[in-house]
Design a protein around this ligand. Structure first.
Ligand code: NAP
Ligand code: G4F
Length: 351
């Protein structure tokens, strides 16, 4: 019988929220999954363990500031598809470490494209682009052709990565695409991002483990979707006959305050009793409003979001509640929150 070769993929940022969900999605599709990860003093595989896929992934040491390790990772995995999700992805931190952000989040994309060009120009490439490219000042529906005005070192780095992806597509005919994804959240979201900060705090307040929730700008609006649905769109983009760029969003926008209100509603508490604001959690340069139009993705990829805003909030709060309850009962499992430092102990943090 003829042996059917499995498709191979290399995912960067495998330890992050999207990397973990995408790895699960591609394993379920029958792919052989390689994941680029960087050495940390304490291993950080909790998301892969949480999804029960840790043992199924072939891990390759790779740091985005080390071009040789990128080249090696591609040589070793010989992928059909690369999903480049690795990045210094926190907007706030990009004001603290702008140069590292430029290298990790921006420049590294060139190393992938150059390696593809030299060793196998048939490899398809996905670049994790972002709604942060649009920046502040656009109070309307944002589409693939809307203007970009990046408002943070993170967004500037992503702008570079966006354009270099397009340049390699045009100049060398590489199948390279930009997924312009609006915010997408889940129980695997990092704790410094506002949605998970809220769901985790609400769970702890409900269980008497915390007294208050301190945030920055409550009026900022985001187009929030559910991460497991968004990773499918990445795969769909690489299955098209021609490479192109797509906005992935929900066509809805909600304020941080609405998220807070909805989250406290999940545990029948009045948010006004627990919420506080502190300027230290405000951005130096805020993106006040983001709202995306996914109609091109719907038409061409047959992709659309399914989870509504209130359900997303429920999923996140319920999951954090379950985790903290189990933790209090002495159960031990892959979970980030108990090991996260109190924000009071983090100085000079320019969110
Ligand atoms: P995330 O959870 O912060 O994951 C980022 C990943 O990048 C982690 O695996 C991290 O590894 C890795 N990484 C960071 N610096 C690295 C380095 N120097 N070398 C190797 N790996 C490094 O981010 P995410 O939410 O999954 O987002 C995935 C991608 O989509 C990112 O590029 C992000 O900018 C972009 N994006 C996200 C959203 C969103 O709403 N989530 C929207 C648009 C675009 P460690 O675990 O070792 O830190
Ligand atoms: O959750 P955030 O930190 O996400 P942000 O800045 O929108 O970035 C995320 O989405 C981007 C896509 O648009 C990705 F490219 C990026 O990688 C990342 O995944 O902040 C959301 C909003 C901001 O307006 C922020 O000022 O929440 C506001 N906010 C208010 N209080 C806060 C807080 N944000 C954080 N992180 N912490 C607060 O206490």
């Amino acid at each position: 019988m003829k042996k059917i070769n499995k498709k191979k993929t290399l995912i960067t940022g495998i330890t992050g929220q999207d990397g973990a969900y995408l790895a699960k999605f591609l394993l379920d599709k029958g792919y052989e999954v390689y994941g680029g990860y960087r050495r940390l003093s304490t291993p950080n595989f909790w998301r892969l363990q949480y999804l029960g896929i840790f043992e199924k992934i072939k891990l390759i040491p790779m740091d985005l500031i080390d071009i040789n390790s990128i080249y090696e990772a591609i040589k070793i995995s010989q992928p059909d598809e690369i999903y480049h999700l690795g990045a210094q992805s926190f907007v706030g931190a990009s004001f603290d470490v702008p140069q590292a952000t430029a290298e990790i989040t921006g420049l590294a994309t060139t190393a992938f494209l150059e390696t593809i060009r030299h060793i196998n120009s048939k490899i398809k490439f996905y670049q994790a682009s972002t709604s942060e490219l649009y920046g502040d000042g656009a109070y309307s529906m944002l589409r693939e052709n809307s203007p970009f005005r990046p408002s943070s070192p993170y967004a500037v780095a992503k702008l570079y990565a966006y354009w270099i992806t397009r340049v390699y597509r045009e100049a060398y005919g590489i199948f390279a695409v930009n997924g312009i994804l609006f915010n997408h959240e889940s129980p695997l979201r990092g704790l410094e991002f506002v949605t998970r900060k809220i769901s985790n705090a609400v769970a702890k307040i409900y269980l008497g483990l915390e007294k208050e929730l301190v945030l920055g700008n409550l009026d900022a609006k985001r187009d929030w979707g559910y991460a497991p649905e968004y990773v499918e769109s990445m795969w769909l983009m690489l299955q098209q006959p021609e490479p192109d760029d797509f906005v992935i969003a929900t066509n809805e926008t909600h304020s941080v305050k609405e998220f807070v209100k909805e989250a406290f509603k999940c545990v029948s508490l009045n948010f006004q009793k627990y919420i506080k604001t502190n300027p230290r959690f405000k951005r130096k340069f805020e993106v006040n409003f983001l709202l995306g139009d996914y109609s091109k993705a719907k038409k061409r990829l047959n992709w659309e979001p399914k989870t509504k805003f209130s359900d997303l909030v429920k999923i996140m709060v319920n999951e954090d509640l379950n985790r903290w309850k189990k933790w209090q009962d002495g159960e031990r499992f892959a979970f980030d929150a108990p090991f996260y430092p109190s924000e009071k102990n983090i100085i000079n943090r320019s969110l």
